[in-house]
Ligand binder design. Structure first.
Ligand code: OGA
Ligand code: NI
Length: 386
């Protein structure tokens, strides 16, 4: 186990290089089993439309474009803002979707664009230059093309760059940062600081929305020592987008994810458990997409659930996204908040675990839907022992 986490189990192939080689059939290691493939776009049909008097049952389709809730944080940032309205909107979004978009979030649109363009610039650098930052499963920092070290795993159609931004002690050392584009490090650091500030605000809103004191989540996750990592995702064009995924279904292991996604090239899909289908997110201009991670599900004792999501690719356009993961400090034991356990007279559903222990699973096995957190369910402390 220790050894297999040192190196990738197979030679790493850059998806970008494959895509740019102009192949028309993707290698079999990217072909997902049929149950995991995105639903193909409906085939054009010559049959006349069904008469209106006999409407056909609408099939669930992953082509549905969702307007996930949009929360305006402007009120919160204004001195006399309507805090309760925002809190209620966030609570409803977390309960109903696990995902929402935020506008008027305080991060300058120019900084958002600069960060995205810096990373686009990196992925456009020559292959040999990017290769200097090739990552290993030991820390994942740098230029990568797979998640998990399972030999023979089905791979995703995407490359990424992964960095630690915070806390200061855990920050990726200078050798991991791209030298080109020359502003990449400065812009990413400034972007990171601003988005972390947004995460701190969202932590307060989430705490209040759960009926906890404002500082509860931040404190439980390690206070000023919370972690932040950045993953710049690059999804090249794909000649057979119906057979693969840019990123397999997963929930995010940390506390909160703030995603900057391309408004023009859609790709993120969110699973609606109740309807058992996938919907495609249409990002709002200058907004961030926010989702709660597994640690919020654990701490809230499943009042808020981390939601599965995945990325589909397409034949026409490459896609770039920046995911900032706001994580608990690695060595803080995390367990369901006693207040929530008692209030709902539910047993604590999850055992106490540090984030360092928790994230080993995904680093070893890759994206596996919600398998990890589901497996932990029911291993919590019986109520009588709280
Ligand atoms: C992620 C993620 C979605 C996207 O990086 O964890 O879910 O649209 N990304 O790239
Ligand atoms: Ni994710």
């Amino acid at each position: 186990m220790a050894d297999c986490m040192q190196e990738w189990p197979e030679p790493v192939v850059r998806v970008q290089a494959l895509a740019e080689s102009g192949l028309s059939v993707i290698p079999s290691c990217y072909v997902k089993p049929p149950c995991d493939r995105p639903a193909p776009a409906p085939a054009p049909t010559m049959a006349p439309p069904a008469p209106a008097v006999h409407p056909r049952k609408k099939e669930p389709s992953s082509d549905a474009i969702a307007s996930i809730p949009v929360v305006d944080l402007g009120e919160l940032l204004a001195a006399d803002g309507a805090v309760a309205t925002v809190t209620e909107a966030v609570a409803a979004a977390c309960r109903d979707w696990g995902f929402f978009q935020v506008v008027n979030h305080g991060v300058r649109p120019e900084l958002m664009r600069a960060a995205r363009e810096a990373w686009r610039g990196f992925f456009r650098r020559p292959p040999a230059e990017k290769q200097r930052y090739a990552n290993s499963p030991r820390t994942y920092e740098g230029y990568g093309s797979r998640l998990g070290v399972q030999r023979g795993a089905v791979l995703d159609w995407g490359d990424y760059f992964f960095l630690h931004l915070a806390p200061e002690a855990a920050k990726s050392t200078p050798r991991f940062w791209p030298a080109q584009p020359s502003n990449c490090k400065d812009v990413s650091e400034e972007y990171g600081r601003e988005v972390v500030r947004l995460c701190e605000l969202l932590m307060r809103v989430l705490s209040v929305s759960l009926g906890l004191d404002e500082a509860h989540l931040q404190r439980a996750f390690g206070g000023a020592e919370c972690g932040a990592t950045l993953r710049a995702n690059y999804y090249p064009r794909c000649p057979q987008p119906d057979l693969t995924l840019g990123l397999s279904a997963h929930s995010d292991p940390g506390a909160l994810t703030v995603l900057l996604a391309d408004v023009l090239v859609r790709g993120l899909q969110v699973r609606r458990a109740a309807a058992d289908d996938w919907v495609t997110v249409q990002p709002v201009r200058d907004a961030f997409i926010v989702n709660v991670g597994d640690q919020v599900q654990i701490l809230s004792n499943s009042v808020y659930k981390s939601v599965e999501h995945r990325v589909v690719v397409n034949a026409e356009e490459e896609r770039i996204s920046l995911a900032l993961f706001y994580n608990p400090k690695g060595d803080v034991p995390i367990a369901p908040a006693p207040e929530l356990v008692a209030a709902a007279s539910l047993p604590a559903l999850y055992p106490t675990m540090t984030f360092d222990e928790y994230r080993l699973y995904v680093r070893n096995k890759g994206a596996r839907g919600k398998a990890q957190i589901e497996a932990l369910k029911g291993q919590g402390t019986p109520e009588s022992q709280l």
